[in-house]
Design a protein around this ligand. Sequence first.
Ligand SMILES: [Zn+2]
Ligand SMILES: [Zn+2]
Length: 474
Amino acid sequence: EKLNHILDTHALLELDGFGEKREMEIRQSLEHFLSGMNKKARLLYPEASALANKLCEFIATNASVKSVTPLGSLRRKKETIGDIDVAVSTEDIPGTIKHTLTYPDITHVEDKGTSKITVLLNNAVQTDVRFVEPEKYGAMVQYFTGSKYHNIRLREYALQKGYSLSEYGIKIARGETKMYTFKTEREFYKFLGLDLIPPEMREDTGEIELAEKHDLPVLVEETDIKGDLHIHSNFPYASSHDLGRSSLDELAQKALLLNYEYIGISDHNPKFSGQTHRAINAVMKGRKKYYEQLLDSSRSVQKNTKKLKVYIMLEIDIRADGTLALPDDGFSYIDAAIVSIHASFEQAKDVMTARILRGLSYPKVKIFAHPTARMLGSREGIQADWSTIFDFCASHHIAIEINSSPQRLDLPDDLVREAVQRGAMFIINTDSHHVDHMDLMTYGIGVARRGWLQKRDILNTRGQEEFETWLLKG
Ligand SMILES: [Zn+2]
Ligand SMILES: [Zn+2]
């Protein structure tokens, strides 16, 4: 605030060596810092999820505990989380509360009631833990999972049928005082004539109507995934962006552990500006040879198991004018291309849209990666005419990526929903720069489920042969 005041009064301009430009720079970095701080108040989903799961595991070690689950936006897998909420089903509420309060990461107890405690975890994250008898667990979990809009709509729906809902159970709205209780959410929804609605769908965007017609989509699961096509390896070269840190063999080994049938090695395009086409093509040729020799060597995992197919791909910048940062000849050294935006984020909507469509028009382009280029907590997504882009992808057999990197989670869930309604196909990738990142797939799956995607909408749920037909020919 003090700095803001100084800037407003232009006091800095009176100092030696301070020009208006410098003052503006300080103002911009202050604004950037403040907006960063406001957004930092929310945790990224994986951070909150890790904190909550660790707490849940601790609570579950108590013998009286039947079930424990995170609630709210965490259970619905939103990309950022405010507070953590947890529900505990237990036959001994006072004993379980006592046990929970011995959890080592609790740094402060804000409130301790007879069925709920509010604590701080690691001095930072406010966490409510609710304790309930097993008979009432279903209604409580339903109530505190939300969303608010889902619950409002569900209350209206129930009222039309003559029921009133609460965190304790369901009552006949008029007359009778009996409370119907539910051990599980499934029983709760069933009482209302509805199928169990996956938490990720509970936003009041049509899910209650589908549950009533027993017509809910079967959402994609992590075990449906058969490959990861956006992985950076440690092949050494003058790259346009950062290199990966793991070798092809480490990546292949990990892929087999994950039961994948195929992976794509998608390093960034070689450094483009200031380089001759001939020099770039030489790098591309050398890279292809390097990978082919590795894959062929008798020590390679891929050769020995023959169970994993490795595609030599490339992540290519869509430059500000829409041209791709690779000479035409360079495309002959790859199986397929991923294209994405890594600079000039601020273009006007129509300029940006034309830029993207031009970039997508090159041969061998099969995936549009992290489409909005947002960075949660630090950079807003680009402005573009998304319906035009989705239509183009749908009609040109180009997959739209859901990037599982926790700071990206891009395409965002609301746009996923729009894209699939327009007939676009998806691919869920990790954008790994280290072998450990290949485990991040679960977060992309969360976004896909929030976007209502089914297995059939996602290309890397297909078996290797069917996938290859799309990648190399489709
Ligand atoms: Zn990228
Ligand atoms: Zn990448």
